[in-house]
Each structure stands twice: as structure tokens, then as C-alpha cells.
Ligand binder design. Structure first.
Ligand code: SAM
Length: 230
């Protein structure tokens, strides 16, 4: 039955839209991507009756391509709006900021897209952060398009490489330690464990956060949630 419905939605071009809505209202629990872990955390706190109004969520790494399963910016922006959470999304690429502005209209002051390097944005940020989703500088793999590689060269003057990826997310982690308060939730995308060691975007950032009081509370498919212990 479920298979038929999914097949039908796919046929009429609505599979991803329905999935996004299901994720946003907490009905879809596969946790394939980091933003699904963040959605689960926000829905969990809301279900506990917590008033989330006025809290701050920062996303480092705005949506860049219309790829099925991604689209974190729109999903998080709509969920934040629902709960009165202020969301700021940051990306080095102004094309992504513009797309986010166009796609996510009508949310008023609750949604702010910013073009800046994420680590520099956090270095200048002064307010406590309650939720932060880290999905920025890509790790190396053979499927990066020529367009993506050109963007890194033009905007950051570098190739897509693992040491820059690790450093960028570690630089974010230094600032998160400064900006977090007990209960602050950090979610990483594109992280995984190999023989007990973190790999991907959190290779150095996750150990840094753990050594500063954060605890890994859930692990998804290539994603992880950390919470600053109370
Ligand atoms: C994997 S994509 C983000 C995908 C998005 N979170 C989603 O699920 O739709 C990574 C993004 O990080 C951005 N990026 C790379 N390095 C960055 C940096 N130092 N600061 C801010 N953004 C960066 C890229 O431009 C790209 O848009």
C-alpha cells in the first residue's frame, strides 16, 4: 500500500514535496540528512510543551541545489517560523542567498539569509545560539560538479579539500563553544564514524565540542546531534 502511494506521488511529481511536509511535521523519521535530526530535536522540545519563541537557529550552509532529500533551508525556515524561532542561514555564495530569499518569502523577520563565510559570521556574532546546523565546506569526493569546484575557486580561492573542510568546521566549533549555553543543540551533516573516529565535516570539530562539554546524543545516516550538557 505504502509503496503504491509513494509510486503515485513520484509519478505526479509530488514525492519530495510530501516528504518535506512530513519531515517538517515530524511524521518522517528516516534521518537521512542532518536537517532531519534538527527537525526531530525541535519537534521533541515543542512536544514537551517548551515555548521556543525568540530562540535562535543558525544554519551554516544554505541550500545550493534543488536535490531530492536536501532543501534544509526551506524545511528549517518553515519549522522555525511555526515556533517563533529566529533563523539565520549563512552561505559564502550570494546565489544561494538570493535563491533562499526568493523561495522563502513571507516569513518576515523570522528568516534572515546572509552571504558570508560561516566561520567569519560566527566570529562576529554576539548573541547566544540555541540551535546550529553545520553543513558547509564540502568534503572531498569524486562527484563534485565542475560548477561547484569553480565556485570554491572563485569565492574562497581554494579547491574542495578535506583539510580546508575540517578547518572550516573546527573554526565554527571554536565560536560555538563561545556562543552556546546549556542545552544548545548542534547538528552536523556529512559526518560518520570509522573505527571509533569521526570523519567528514566534523572530523576535528566534533572532538573539540566533546572536549568542551557537548555530548553526542544521536547519530543519523551521515549526521549527528550534540547537546551542551546542562
Ligand atoms: C552541502 S551544501 C549545503 C546544503 C544545504 N544545507 C541543504 O541541505 O540544502 C554546502 C554549502 O556550503 C557552502 N559553503 C562552503 N564553504 C563555506 C563557508 N566557508 N562558509 C559558508 N558557506 C560555505 C557552499 O556554498 C554550499 O552552499
Amino acid at each position: 500500500m505504502k509503496g503504491n502511494v509513494v509510486e503515485f506521488l513520484d509519478k505526479i511529481g509530488l514525492k519530495q514535496t510530501v516528504k518535506n511536509v512530513a519531515i517538517a511535521v515530524g511524521l518522517h523519521e528516516t534521518k537521512e540528512h542532518g536537517h532531519e535530526l534538527m527537525v526531530a530535536e525541535i519537534n521533541r522540545l515543542a512536544a514537551q510543551g517548551l515555548d521556543l519563541t525568540g530562540r535562535t537557529l543558525v544554519e551554516i550552509g544554505t541550500t545550493r541545489e534543488d536535490v531530492p532529500g536536501l532543501g534544509s533551508t526551506s524545511i528549517l525556515a518553515n519549522l522555525c517560523h511555526l515556533h517563533g524561532i529566529q533563523m539565520i542561514t549563512v552561505d559564502m555564495d550570494s546565489d544561494n542567498t538570493q535563491c533562499a530569499k526568493q523561495e522563502i518569502q513571507g516569513l518576515g523577520k523570522s528568516f534572515t539569509p546572509v552571504t558570508q563565510k560561516g566561520e567569519e559570521f560566527l566570529q562576529a556574532f554576539e548573541r547566544p545560539i540555541d540551535f546550529i546546523y553545520l553543513d558547509a565546506f564540502d568534503f572531498e569526493h569524486p562527484n563534485h560538479s565542475a560548477k561547484r569546484k569553480k565556485k570554491y575557486e572563485a569565492l574562497l580561492g581554494t579547491t574542495i579539500n578535506n583539510s580546508a573542510c575540517h578547518k572550516m568546521h573546527l573554526d565554527c566549533a571554536y565560536e560555538i563553544v563561545r556562543l552556546a549555553r546549556p542545552g544548545t543543540i548542534v547538528v552536523f551533516d556529512d559526518v560518520w564514524r570509522e573505527a571509533g573516529v569521526w570523519r567528514g565535516k566534523g572530523e576535528t570539530a566534533i572532538p573539540h565540542l566533546v572536549s568542551h562539554g557537548f555530548e553526542v546524543t544521536s547519530i543519523g545516516k551521515n549526521s549527528a546531534t550534540l547537546v551542551l550538557k546542562r
